[in-house]
Write a protein that binds this ligand. Structure first.
Ligand SMILES: [Zn+2]
Length: 308
């Protein structure tokens, strides 16, 4: 067994240990219900110290394993988890209660309906901050008690008890679910808290190489400078090379010519051919400076992006 004493809890061993019977691991949810308050007449919560003194003194014979203060997170443990405790009635004959599992961990939450704490009134245990619940839930889970309510999560104070469920199902039970008992607590309980591992970050989609961008303005600048200059003069060689490769692929530029990045006469002729033969442009539209329309048409066929 893991820690029979809850790590981080105050250990106040009251003795009187006795083995459990084995079987489905259970936890029993109680509230201390020390005072009868109402919405109209709330009452101050009893102090944690008073309850701790009670269960380790005069109330020993009804002590749970755990007294939990949901307002501050303080927890005190009176007997080890592998011992029975005595918060349940166990009539002679019939089914067993306090011992009916590999563990039967009883938790008394320091609470009563319409208790007042720091001027605020709480109708249900689940309305409180439930400090320390996550750790308590985790420790009890580590003892083999699954995060389930075989008879349903307590929603109110209506008791319903099933001896056959009790005898065969592991998990959390309200006192209101335990056979041979007449208590109706706890009326509500916080939700189970699990540390869900952080979702793995979606791995970034394999990034496509960005499409090269080719600017009409750059091509025309290159055209204006490269044609009159000596062969091989370049102005925007990277962008011109993209267009040259496309024109070769279209069959308008001799594939044996170097893609030199220079917008020379042969490149200019090749682009004009593309305009005429593919785009069916004529006249001035098929010659002269490069237009965005025709560059976009070439770009869409050769996986680059044409910009102004
Ligand atoms: Zn109870």
């Amino acid at each position: 067994m893991t820690d029979v004493w809850m790590p981080g809890a105050q250990r106040l061993d009251i003795g009187d240990h006795a083995p459990t019977d084995g079987g489905p691991a259970k936890a029993i949810a109680h509230i201390t219900w020390d005072r009868n308050a109402t919405a109209a007449r709330p009452q101050d919560l009893v102090s944690f110290e008073a309850l701790r003194s009670y269960f380790s003194g005069g109330g020993k014979s009804a002590a749970p394993h755990i007294l939990w203060d949901p307002f501050t997170g303080r927890i005190v443990q009176f007997v080890p988890a592998n011992s029975r405790s005595k918060s349940l009635v166990d009539k002679s004959g019939g089914t067993r209660t306090n011992r009916a599992g590999s563990v039967v961990v009883q938790v008394e939450a320091l609470f009563f309906p319409y208790c007042r704490v720091d001027g605020k009134v709480y109708a249900k245990l689940s309305d409180t901050p439930c400090k320390g619940w996550k750790e308590l839930n985790a420790w009890i889970r580590s003892l083999g008690v699954p995060d389930v309510w075989p008879m349903g999560k307590p929603q109110d104070f209506t008791p319903h008890r099933s001896e056959s469920t009790w005898e065969t199902h592991a998990g959390w039970y309200a006192h209101a679910h335990v056979p041979e008992n007449d208590h109706q607590d706890p009326g509500s309980w916080p939700a189970f808290v699990t540390d869900t591992p952080a979702a793995p970050k979606p791995s970034p989609a394999p990034s496509k190489p960005a499409k090269p961008k080719v600017s009409v303005a750059h091509l025309n600048a290159a055209r204006a400078k490269d044609i009159p200059a000596s062969t091989g003069h370049t102005t925007y060689p990277a962008e011109v090379k993209v267009v040259e490769a496309a024109l070769k692929a279209e069959g308008f530029l001799n594939p044996l010519y170097a893609s030199d990045g220079s917008w020379g006469t042969s490149t200019d002729k090749a682009f004009n051919k593309f305009r005429r033969e593919v785009l069916h442009l004529t006249g001035d539209d098929a010659t002269g400076s490069v237009g965005l329309y025709s560059l976009k048409a070439l770009a869409s066929r050769h996986n680059f992006e044409a910009t102004a």
